[in-house]
Design a binder for this molecule. Structure first.
Ligand SMILES: CC(C)NC(=O)[C@H]1CCC[C@H]1Nc1nc(Nc2ccc(C(=O)N(C)C3CCN(C)CC3)cc2)ncc1C(F)(F)F
Length: 280
């Protein structure tokens, strides 16, 4: 939509913000807690070094991602309020997610309860239905790209690449685990890639590992292509959950369970908190 808010039109500079503690750092720069002086609004300021953007040839990708992200308005998608730059850096003014990074929470508790997993999956399905409605696909929803808001709600927060934090998992951009067959075989892909990735995420929420993980990339690749889906005996997971995952991890992308059907699936209906917030 063409409407842009004052936040996007305003010419921001670093002087508009009080910079707080670092939230994490990575390949392209740092993320800081910050407060916009006039409104006292707390935000996250992602600082990217132009030199590194150039050498990684991601400038055009950054422009596209900023363009998309700034127009998305959904409770489960992290807001991009605006951006600015100086001689050496690009600054993204982003929503601050008070409860941090979901992958750290998943590492801490190994895997989630069925209620917690279903609540998260339902909220992400609603965010993806919103994105697809705006012809935005492939929001790259692996755990590293999910943040948690103050009320415990999930926020999809990806800009097409990840900011590495200290104790990161396997190379973020390198992991094949979440790619559906059509992307691994690099044929054209459509919005149904997101249904596949959401199925991978659901499996990892319940078992603590993605379904096709293998030591070597070549093995992961083969397991994805063959949809070599196995459910371990532990932890015990309901057959309803396995049924949902099996309907999402389907090689033929047109046969994957549509997202609106996912919201009607018995496992979601019986386990997801309607508010989209897991209260423990
Ligand atoms: C999706 C993308 C791939 N990921 C990222 O960008 C990461 C990379 C660095 C931080 C994060 N980016 C963001 N993080 C927050 N909130 C946040 C993060 C971390 C903590 C936390 O646990 N500590 C500070 C802890 C506190 C305790 N000590 C011990 C460790 C760090 C608490 C709140 N809001 C918005 C963003 C955003 F996205 F807008 F930048």
């Amino acid at each position: 939509s063409s409407e842009s808010t004052a936040a996007e039109r305003k010419k921001w500079t670093l002087n508009d913000f009080d910079i707080g503690k670092p939230l994490g750092r990575g390949k392209f720069g740092h993320v800081y807690l910050a407060r916009e002086k006039r409104s006292n609004h707390v935000i996250a300021l992602k600082v990217l070094f132009k030199s590194q953007l150039k050498e990684s040839q991601v400038e055009h990708q950054l422009r596209r991602e900023v363009e998309i992200q700034s127009h998305l308005r959904h409770p489960n998608i992290l807001r991009l309020y605006g951006y600015f730059y100086d001689q050496k850096r690009v600054y993204l003014i982003l929503e601050y997610a008070a409860k941090g990074e979901l992958y750290k929470e998943l590492q801490k508790c190994k895997y989630f309860s069925e209620r917690r997993a279903a609540t998260y999956i339902a909220s992400l399905a609603r965010a993806l239905i919103y994105c697809h409605g705006k012809h935005v696909i492939h929001r790259d929803i692996k755990p590293e790209n999910l943040l948690v808001g103050a009320q415990g709600e999930l926020k999809i927060a990806d800009f097409g690449w990840s900011v590495h934090t200290f104790n990161r998992r396997r190379t973020m951009c390198g992991t094949l685990d979440y790619l559906p067959p059509e992307m691994v075989e690099s044929v054209e892909h459509d919005a149904n890639v997101d249904i596949w990735s959401l199925g991978i995420l659901c499996y990892e929420f319940l078992y603590g590992l993605p379904p096709f993980e293998a030591k070597e990339h070549a093995d992961t690749y083969r397991r994805i292509i063959q949809v070599d889906l196995k459910f371990p005996p532990k932890p015990i997971v309901s057959s309803a959950a396995k049924d949902l995952i099996s309907q999402m991890l389907v090689k033929d992308s047109s046969k994957r369970l549509p997202l609106h059907k996912l919201l009607e699936h018995p496992w979601i209906v019986q386990n997801a908190d309607p508010s989209g917030v897991y209260r423990g």
